[in-house]
Design a protein around this ligand. Structure first.
Ligand code: URA
Length: 260
């Protein structure tokens, strides 16, 4: 049972995530979250992920050499992405959305693809879902600037539909290189698409939560813990699930504390 300072801190975190904090006369306010958090990650999976796929689509404009991409520094990678024509999504984009944050961040947040606002501004998670993501990060003591945020796809799919497998394969050299350069200690995968992609799972996001996964890249031997959580856009529609996401974020923070 946490002390009074711990209780106050927890309440502040939950309020920062706009989670309603109910005070019961019989029970202390932290009890529900505390019991849920006590359930540990119960299984460990080792999955080769989409990050090791060889792109199967042809690069019609011959815009990139995948081996060159795998050796690029971040600034050159960003410039390469800005000119990418490896899949048809390039023709509908306003701007590519490369990624943002600290190049040496210990925590990397990975979503699926830019939405309308991101496409206009060229930055990931700047719409309503992004505001909530910022609040979630603050709730575990991170500023947006202290983490690195990226998506699987760097171009917006039409009408925000799910990314197609071939689009993810086409874009995979970029994210793979971003992860290799940033070398995060933990990856927070937000939403089903990102979580499944990073660890090669087909489970629903609700089943992936709380499990222990790793992102693996045989090229550089990376084996980075992945915490799967709900997408902030889903949390905007289902605010009662925010408390579960808060538990996931706490787990991410605990992994960082265990692996400084
Ligand atoms: N959803 C995502 O997955 N990524 C963004 O950048 C914005 C919304």
């Amino acid at each position: 049972m946490p002390d009074a300072a711990g209780t106050t801190r927890r309440r502040r975190y939950l309020q920062a995530m706009q989670v309603d904090v109910w005070l019961s006369r019989e029970r202390s306010p932290q009890a529900p979250a505390e019991s849920a958090v006590a359930v540990p990650a119960s299984s460990e999976r080792h999955a080769s992920s989409a990050n090791t796929d060889t792109p199967t689509i042809v690069d019609p404009a011959g815009t990139i050499d995948v081996a060159e991409v795998a050796a690029m520094p971040l600034a050159e990678l960003e410039a390469t992405v800005a000119g990418c024509q490896r899949c048809p999504l390039h023709s509908g984009r306003t701007r590519t959305v490369f990624g943002t944050g600290a190049a040496d961040a210990r925590c990397m947040i990975i979503g699926e693809a830019p939405g309308a606002e991101e496409d206009l501004r060229g930055e990931p998670f700047v719409g309503r879902a992004g505001q909530l993501l910022n609040a979630m990060l603050r709730a575990i003591g991170f500023s947006r600037e202290a983490v690195y945020i990226a998506n699987i796809l760097k171009c917006r799919p039409p009408r925000n539909r799910d990314p197609k497998p071939e689009e993810m394969v086409a874009c995979s050299p970029y994210l793979r290189r971003q992860i290799a350069l940033v070398k995060p200690r933990v990856i927070l995968a937000v939403g089903r698409v990102a979580a499944q992609y990073l660890v090669g799972s087909t489970l629903a996001i609700g089943r992936m939560r709380g499990q222990s996964y790793f992102y693996e890249n045989s090229d550089d031997g990376a084996r980075i813990p992945v915490v799967a959580t709900y997408h902030p856009a889903y949390l905007l529609r289902s605010p009662l699930e925010k408390r579960k996401s808060w538990e996931d974020l706490r787990r991410a923070r605990q992994l960082l504390e265990a692996n400084p």
